[in-house]
Design a protein. Structure first.
Length: 418
């Protein structure tokens, strides 16, 4: 745990699932002297209602229980309605309830230099700070020096390049790509990309990108606030009607941008054919990635087996100084990994599977192969040994996994700020 940096304040824009749990994380970590949370609107009937929202959580229990165990008592004190502030376990937290547009928040007036935007609304870094619908650059206009976004960037105008002052990082993968001088807006990717990157990196380090013929993943993902409790009428222009169906009654097929974000944090993936899919299921948190990779076998030596794959992950987890990657021999279910601290990915070694088979290739149907080369070959049909590997990786898509990784990124950036 980093030492307390006296006088440094952290701004948090948005107070949904990630925003609230980010407050929990930093109250427990006590790196920042003060947290300034922008709600952007009035909430409840008083500051006490906000304190109640902070203190209790349907998924993780009480804040004081999270900090000190089930015998602990409330840690929220000194509510000041006029100032909009309270003290949470010794950390002053101030709530702003006026402006939703980042450019109007006034971070400078509150002494905030570093902001984490958890709204999921301001993801296009090409929009100007005065955009009428708001922009992530508005935080900089409002006085912040650095902004961390708790989601992948989404540029609406596909013809525009990614700005030079932006970067996407996953701690433990490409955290050092962040340049303190150049980068002002940092995406901390997504919970799924974070887990996926930690699952793929050990295999890339061991086999290299050339040996990985193709890959695909499906995330079995917990519900998010964007989904509907009951069926709702789709908005005008909605193409995916499943997004408006009840999440408490259905398994819902949806999409994920993890494949595109993965290329930003692991450039080698640009050369590997990759498919990413997502399935939403009616649980509050605790998600799973099923990763499948096709690996080309060596002509000599033993086939790639389950024991080798698990050994790769065992060693990678042992060598990880931060414990972001964890390896488990136990037979887990999703509830077992809820709140598991500082784990970007937990490999379910018990369920690793491999299957080796020969892929038959008819050279006559290979368009890139020169006809003279074909005539020199003794056989027109060749057989290539390929092993399919299936790996399961758990992740707490809220507090235990993603919020911890987001907190790690936040503190690492704050370490270089005065």
């Amino acid at each position: 745990m980093a030492a307390n940096k006296s006088g440094l304040k952290l701004g948090i824009n948005g107070f949904g699932r990630i925003g609230k749990l980010t407050v929990w994380h930093h109250v427990g970590r006590k790196y920042f002297d003060e947290l300034v949370v922008n709600l952007g609107r009035q909430s409840g009937t008083s500051l006490e209602d906000i304190a109640d929202y902070v203190e209790r959580d349907s998924t993780y229990g009480s804040l004081h229980g999270f900090l000190y165990g089930h015998k602990a008592k409330s840690v929220i004190r000194d509510l000041d309605e006029k100032k909009g502030s309270m003290v949470i376990d010794g950390v002053r937290v101030k709530f702003l309830r006026t402006h939703r547009n980042p450019a109007q928040i006034g971070w400078k007036e509150h002494g905030v230099k570093l902001v984490v935007d958890t709204t999921g609304q301001f993801l296009d870094p090409t929009l100007p700070p005065d955009h009428p619908n708001g922009s992530v650059r508005g935080h900089l206009e409002s006085g912040a020096e650095k902004v961390i976004v708790s989601a992948p960037f989404k540029i609406k105008d596909k013809g525009k390049p990614m700005p030079e002052d932006t970067v996407t990082t996953v701690m433990g993968i490409n955290g050092n790509d962040y340049d303190f001088v150049r980068h002002k807006i940092i995406s901390s990717a997504s919970c799924t990309t974070t887990c996926l990157a930690h699952m793929i990196k050990p295999l890339l380090n061991y086999f290299g990108s050339r040996k990985i013929l193709s890959a695909s993943m499906t995330t079995v993902h917990a519900v998010t606030p964007s989904q509907s409790v009951l069926d709702r009428l789709p908005k005008a222009g909605t193409q995916d009607l499943r997004k408006g169906r009840s999440i408490i009654n259905n398994i819902i097929l949806t999409t994920t941008g993890a494949a595109n974000a993965l290329k930003l944090v692991i450039p080698e993936m640009e050369h590997i054919r990759f498919i990413a899919e997502s399935v939403r299921v009616p649980i509050s948190t605790g998600s799973l990635i099923i990763l499948m990779m096709n690996l080309q076998e060596e002509l000599s030596g033993g086939s790639i087996r389950r024991e080798l794959i698990n050994d790769i992950y065992r060693q990678a987890a042992a060598d990880d100084p931060n414990g972001y990657l964890q390896y488990a021999e136990k037979q887990n279910v999703s509830g077992d990994i809820i709140g598991m601290p500082q784990a970007a990915a937990i490999i379910e070694g018990h369920e690793t599977h491999t299957r080796t088979a020969e892929v038959t290739i008819d050279l006559e149907k290979v368009p890139a192969l020169d006809s003279d080369v074909k005539s020199m070959l003794k056989a027109q049909v060749i057989r290539v040994p390929v092993t399919q590997v299936v790996i399961y990786g758990w992740y707490d898509n809220e507090k235990g996994g993603y919020v911890v990784m987001l907190g790690e990124r936040t503190v690492s950036i704050a370490d270089h700020m005065g």
